[in-house]
Every structure is written in C-alpha cells, then in structure tokens.
Design a protein around this ligand. Structure first.
Ligand code: HEC
Length: 124
C-alpha cells in the first residue's frame, strides 16, 4: 500500500515537472508579455524604427513614386520626417496632420518607441 502511494506521488511529480519543462522551453519575452511588454530601451533606427516603418509605411512611402512624395526608406529620410514634426504629427494625428497609416493607427508600443527614439536624438 505504501509503495503504491509513493509510486503515485512520484508519477504526479514527474508529470508536473515535465509540464514545467515544456512550459519553459516555449517561453519567450514576446509570448510572456505580448500584451503588456513594450521595449523602449535601446531604441534605434536599425533595431526598432526602421522595422516599424517597413511594416506599416513603406508600402505607400517606398522608393518609387511614394505617397505625398515622401519616401521613408532610409535613416536620413525618416530622420528628416522626425525633425520637421510630420512623423509624430501623422502617427499621432496631432498638429493638423492626417493620421498615418490612414485609418489604421499604430499600436501604442510602436508610438511609444517612435516618441522615445526622437527624444533620444534619433540614434541610427
Ligand atoms: C495606404 C498608404 C499609406 C500608408 C500605409 C502610409 N501613408 Fe503616409 N501618406 C499617404 C498618402 C496618400 C499621403 C498624402 C495624404 C494627403 O495629403 O492627403 C500621405 C502623407 C504622409 C505624410 C505627409 C503629411 C503632411 O501633411 O506633410 C507623412 C509624413 C506620412 N504620410 C507618413 C507616414 C508614416 C510615418 C506612415 C507609417 C506609420 C505612413 N505614412 C503610412 C499614404 C500612406
């Protein structure tokens, strides 16, 4: 009887440990914090801002025939838009700018990262 109990307890313990093992294996920062985690440390054009704009803006503001004649495909071009206020203006729909992307505001984390990038002096 006692040996059966011990066996049962060890089996349960092993199952629990196995689940913890696989749980850890699949854990990633993005999955754990997907809805709340926003990395605003070390924001740079190469690491952060370029990726956001390539995903959300350059299909219209690309290299050839860009919307409003504004291309957002390189560090210098995006920096210029940041300096003249149109990057923050459009993405936050402030200062009389039209919302960009049109009818599809960026997620809060991207907006925070753009804001932080500008306040850091637009690191490349
Ligand atoms: C679906 C196409 C499309 C997407 C996606 C898009 N834009 Fe635009 N953008 C336009 C068009 C069209 C205009 C011209 C709007 C007008 O003047 O009526 C424009 C204008 C602009 C302007 C000039 C605003 C001004 O008044 O000087 C800026 C800056 C800009 N977009 C930035 C962005 C940024 C940043 C993104 C991504 C976060 C973005 N756009 C995504 C189509 C787009």
């Amino acid at each position: 009887m006692k040996i059966l109990k011990i066996l049962l307890v060890t089996t349960i313990l092993m199952i629990v440990m196995l689940q913890m093992e696989t749980g850890c294996y699949y854990d990633s920062k993005e999955k754990l914090y997907s809805s709340t985690f926003c990395d605003t440390t070390n924001v740079s054009y190469t690491r952060t801002i370029g990726n956001i704009l390539n995903l959300k803006c350059t299909m219209c503001h690309g290299v050839s025939n860009p919307s409003a004649g504004i291309s957002l495909t390189s560090y210098n071009l995006v920096k210029a838009a940041a300096l003249n206020g149109s990057l923050l203006g459009t993405t936050n729909e402030i200062g009389g700018f039209k919302l960009m992307p049109p009818d599809n505001k960026l997620d809060n984390c991207s907006l925070k990262q753009i804001d932080k990038w500008i306040r850091l002096g637009m690191p490349q």
